[in-house]
Design a protein around this ligand. Structure first.
Ligand code: GDP
Ligand code: MG
Length: 602
């Protein structure tokens, strides 16, 4: 029994871990579901209930001739702590504790009758029974009604099929171990148990062929051909069993005595003596324990899957503020890296800043209405206004200044527009970079904090940039390039016919020349600004964004309270819950693996 005890002890501990960690199945990944249940399949009175009891080592099932088991019995054995009183509980009567196992057996019978009546009918409503005892092992056992060939008095014609379907329901589950019970005193060729087991488990991996009633075979016949696998080959070797006879049951022969008798039977048997070490309930229990490696591989596979899933959604974050600060800075840096790649190349978008300088700014400058402002008529108006009552004598110094100032004012528009255009490119790159920083995905609060800090910084850079470019424009007004004017001849043209009708034309020419002089000067200023505005914009916005987009944010971070830091690392509640579930499950599987490692398997 040592091996079965350790198998059961293992399953027991794993199941207890499942309970403690709240793992009760669902989503197809529960360890509970992966644990084996043992279901017995076979014809009526083939010895199914007897074999189950024998494997478990407890007497509690109704046994006997005729259809005794008429409803599935799902029996959960729960091991309790040493010294605790043994009791049983039915799902249909949850508060009633049974301490007498004869009463348990009777309640199974009564509960069967309650649904099926005292007839020979069967029902597929299972009876759920839990036994709590320090002397049992945690295992789910399923006792099933026997397969029949014909309906008897009081049974519907469909009974044969009904039973088969019901049994199938229980043995189809990939983790159920099938004990296919055939009595040795009947022809194996007619065994329904083997037929059904082959159907639901074609590879035979989870089927154990059990031959009962070896002691009841006709004198002169034996089952050696079957037991040695010559007649009917199964994946696992056949196991011969000798259970208690009806006479033994009537005499209340207990489990231990039955075991001893079975052992003696095989050891002294002339036919089976050479097979004695591979026969009996104890050996069957040992075979069942070999199912464990598949549980181990399932556990290892699941641990790998859970680890991969945790890596995907991110590991839990540290709780001390130093580590949290570090995490936040790491995340900021990850974002910053992506952002810089957008600006410097590697990721797209930075080229759009050059687009602003190369297309947008020159196009805007070209569209400025200098033609209108420096039209002869307007020049005349501005110059005359500047002259006042005393027209200028040689050159209209004041008029020039006013015309130039007025023109230079037009540059403010395109200068500010360049600042805004680059601002929008940078904002868009921040948005993209946040979206592309995988690490940030799980931290919505920190993400919006970073977004806000970056937006605020870009706004500051924009203000500064605007001030700078407007200053560049103002500088052009504040001091004109003297050389440019020295090279010009600013005196009015000599009129060949001063008193003649050409007086108007004379003044026309005069103002046109003033207009074109101013225009030439403005063109020169335009060329200068076309070069200097991009320099200012890059200096104030792009360079600053690269250097210290999150500079202020970092400075504030250092002063933040612990609570604020952990609040920044808040995650999507659904994600946190998912991680907690996975972590819990991982812990369960790891403890299961440790349990297995601590048991020495022979
Ligand atoms: P089930 O209907 O398949 O659950 O079979 P039971 O376990 O209720 O057993 C039916 C009858 O066969 C009972 O009277 C048992 O005592 C008897 N029986 C079962 N196995 C053996 C066996 O190996 N040897 C003998 N002599 N009787 C057995
Ligand atoms: Mg039975």
């Amino acid at each position: 029994m040592a091996t079965m005890q350790s198998l059961i002890g293992l399953v027991n501990r794993i199941q207890r871990a499942c309970t403690v960690l709240g793992d009760h199945g669902g989503e197809g990944m529960s360890l509970w579901e992966a644990l084996p249940s043992v279901a017995v399949v076979g014809g009526q009175s083939s010895g199914k209930s007897s074999v189950l009891e024998s494997v478990v080592g407890r007497d509690f099932l109704p046994r006997g001739s005729g259809i005794v088991t008429r409803r599935p019995l799902v029996l959960q054995l729960h091991q309790t702590n040493e010294g605790q009183a043994e009791y049983a509980e039915f799902l249909h009567a949850p508060r009633k504790k049974f301490t007498d196992f004869a009463a348990v057996r009777k309640e199974i019978q009564d509960e069967t009758d309650r649904i099926t009546g005292k007839t020979k009918q069967i029902s597929n409503h299972p009876i759920h029974l839990s036994i709590y005892s320090p002397n049992v092992v945690n295992l789910t056992l399923i006792d099933l009604p026997g397969l029949t060939k014909v309906a008897v008095e009081g049974q519907p014609d469909s009974i044969v099929e009904d039973i088969e379907n019901m049994v199938r329901l229980y043995v189809e589950k990939p983790n159920s171990i099938i004990l296919a019970i055939s009595p040795a005193n009947q022809d194996i060729a007619t065994s329904d148990a083997i037929k059904l087991a082959r159907e639901v488990d074609p590879t035979g991996e989870r089927t154990f062929g059990v031959l009962t009633k070896l002691d009841l075979m006709d004198k002169g016949t034996n089952a050696v051909d079957v037991l040695e696998g010559r007649s009917y080959r199964l994946q696992h070797p056949w196991v011969g069993i000798v259970n208690r006879s009806q006479a033994d049951i009537n005499k209340n022969v207990d489990m231990m005595a039955a075991r001893r008798k079975e052992r003696e039977y095989f050891q002294t048997s002339p036919e089976y003596g050479h097979l004695a070490h591979k026969m009996g309930a104890e050996y069957l229990a040992k075979l069942l324990s070999k199912r464990i490696p598949s549980i181990i591989s399932l556990i290892n596979k699941t641990i790998d899957e859970l680890n991969a899933e945790l890596d995907r959604i991110g590991r839990p974050i540290a709780v001390d503020s130093g580590a949290q600060l570090y995490t936040i800075l790491e995340l900021c840096r990850a974002f910053d890296r992506v952002f810089k790649e957008h600006l410097d190349g590697g990721r797209p978008g930075g080229d759009r800043i050059y687009g602003v300088f190369d297309h947008q700014l020159p196009a805007a400058l070209k569209k400025l209405p200098f033609d209108r402002h420096l039209s002869t008529k307007n020049v005349q108006r501005v110059v005359s206004e500047a002259d006042g009552y005393q027209p200028h004598l040689i050159a209209p110094e004041q008029g020039y200044r006013r015309l130039i100032d007025g023109s230079i004012g037009f540059f403010k528009g395109p200068a500010e527009a360049s600042v805004d255009a680059v601002h929008h490119v940078l904002k868009e790159l921040v948005r993209k970079s946040i979206a592309e920083t995988e690490e940030l995905k799980r931290f919505p609060t920190l993400t919006s904090d970073i977004a806000a800090a970056a937006a605020e910084a870009l706004e500051r850079f924009r203000e500064d940039s605007k001030k700078t470019v407007l200053r560049l424009v103002d500088m052009e007004s504040s001091y004109l390039t003297v050389d440019f004017f020295r090279k010009l001849h600013l005196e009015p043209e000599k009129n060949p016919n001063p008193a003649g009708p050409n007086a108007d034309r004379h003044s026309d020419n005069h103002f046109r020349r003033i207009g074109s002089n101013v225009s030439a000067y403005i063109n020169m200023v335009c060329e200068t600004l076309k070069n200097s505005i991009p320099k200012a914009v890059v200096y104030c916005q792009v360079r600053e964004a690269k250097r210290s987009l999150l500079g202020h944010f970092y400075a504030q971070l250092g002063r933040k309270e612990k609570e604020r830091l952990s609040a920044m690392l808040d995650e999507d509640p659904a994600l946190m819950e998912k991680r907690a579930t996975i972590a819990k499950r991982l812990e369960l599987y790891k403890s299961a693996r440790d349990e297995i490692d601590s048991v020495a398997w022979k």
